[in-house]
Design a protein around this ligand. Structure first.
Ligand code: UD1
Length: 421
């Protein structure tokens, strides 16, 4: 197993090109199931979760061709010959559940292993199933698998989400585009990745409007063509690099992304005292004075993203005073806290609220990455810690950050991947 070694203390400076968004690429790759033709998907990030997605698509019989040099992926929808996402794959990536909507829409049958719990909470799929049932699918749960049937096709419906779940919005949208008639989906997720999925589906001939608002309208069509789509940039990767720059009292520019993808995170960085400037396709965050503490509540988009909570927590160990972070999206998403404490952070947890006292002098230690964003948080902390920090279990990181060591080295970080002893 690999580990990361970070020698802290260097101020980061320079510019980093942002990759395609993992959370946009995953549903868009699964959307290729909807067409009998070839889809071309560009700007796909090279990540472990993308490889898992390709394995899921392969297990469904879809021919996949990944051209590594230019991040372009070709998926041939004509060879679809199965309808099951097996346990081995779903257990490594919960997002595999996103095959449900497209398979039910195209084949009228889908079987997916129940995802089970994951490190950051229980994460049930009840909203996905409720919405697909409204479209006429029926489900049985047996032997750890969900099996869905819609032998006569899906039928458009009015659906109200009890909570704007990102995955349920994506699954439902992919199901509605081939359903017979019109659908109205209320209280949906508004994340930029949903908007990107809608753009990709429209390039296949889907009739969708309202994405990015609370209600999405879909008029079902009989069939879809292949897509030709470039995946939107990764706002979480971008915000992570900006936090890393500020943590080291540096100045970092992220390119290939505009501020409207990540306004909430940028507002909080400004509020903390960072100097933020942007062009239509770049954002710069510069450390200009001691950081002030923040009071952050994670919320569905356009609120502050739960996927940036851990990285901001690392940053707030350097703010002058008491910060509070409330996590409202996932239970059990503070597993990075004991690891940050090992590096010298002063953090107390009460329920879903973490209180961070700063500024503290962090010192290098051996820490354990527990999930994807926790890994990024520990890197950020390690970059400012005195001495060497070793981060174990970096495979979490490889699920969601493309070439993070190379990108960080390029702007002055001393970060090395080595075999864990
Ligand atoms: C997606 C993102 C993830 C991000 C999250 C919230 C992908 C691949 N992953 O995850 O990085 O942290 O959005 O922005 O895009 N819930 C239910 N029942 C359901 C579905 C969800 O109770 O049927 C709950 C979940 O347990 C969780 C909350 O709703 O507490 C948010 O989940 P959701 O928005 O669905 O997140 P994901 O799509 O899993």
């Amino acid at each position: 197993m690999d580990r990361l070694r970070i020698v802290g203390g260097n101020a980061l400076s320079g510019s980093v090109e942002i990759s395609g968004a993992k959370n946009a690429a995953l549903p868009i790759l699964f959307a290729a199931i909807l067409s009998e033709q070839k889809s071309i998907i560009r700007n796909v990030p090279l990540l472990a979760d993308i490889n898992t997605t390709l394995k899921v698509l392969d297990s469904l019989g879809l021919g996949t061709l990944f051209k590594l040099e230019n991040h372009t992926m070709e998926i041939d929808g004509s060879t679809l010959n199965a309808h099951e996402a097996p346990y081995e794959l779903v257990s490594t990536m919960r997002a595999s559940v996103l095959v449900l909507g497209p398979l039910l829409a195209r084949k009228g049958i889908a079987k997916v292993s129940l995802p089970g719990g994951c490190a950051i909470g229980a994460r049930p799929v009840d909203i996905h199933l409720m919405a697909l049932e409204k479209l006429g699918a029926t489900f049985t749960i047996e032997n750890g698998y969900i099996e869905g049937h819609a032998p006569n096709g899906l039928v458009g419906a009015k659906i109200n989400f009890p909570f704007p779940s990102v995955g349920a919005t994506e699954n439902t949208l992919m199901a509605c585009v081939l359903a017979n008639g019109k659908s109205e989906i209320h209280n949906v997720a508004r994340e930029p990745e949903i908007v990107d999925l809608a753009i990709a589906l429209r390039s296949m001939g889907a009739k969708i409007s309202g994405e990015g608002s609370e209600t999405i309208l879909v008029e079902g069509v009989k069939s879809l063509t292949g897509m030709n789509h470039g995946v939107a940039p990764d706002r979480i990767e971008a915000a992570t690099f900006l936090c890393a720059g500020l943590m080291t009292k540096g100045k970092v520019t992220v390119t290939g992304i505009s501020a409207d993808f990540m306004q909430s995170a940028l507002d909080f960085l400004s509020q903390a005292g960072a100097k933020i400037s942007s062009t239509k396709d770049s954002i710069t965050a510069e450390y200009v004075k001691e950081l002030t503490p923040l009071n952050i509540v994670t919320e569905p988009f356009p609120g502050f993203p739960t996927d940036m909570q851990a990285q901001f927590m690392a940053l707030l160990t350097q703010a002058n005073g008491k910060s509070i972070i409330s996590e409202t999206i996932f239970e059990n998403r503070f597993m990075h806290v004991p690891e940050l404490i090992r590096l010298g952070a002063k953090i107390k947890i009460k329920g879903n609220e973490a209180t961070i006292e700063g500024p503290v002098k962090l010192t290098g230690a051996t820490v354990m990455a527990t999930d994807l964003r926790a890994s990024a948080c520990l890197i950020i902390a390690g970059l400012a810690a005195k001495g060497e920090t070793f981060i174990k279990r970096v495979y979490h990181l490889d699920r969601g950050y493309e070439q993070i060591e190379q990108k960080l080295s390029q702007i002055g970080a001393k970060i090395y991947r080595e075999k864990d002893k």
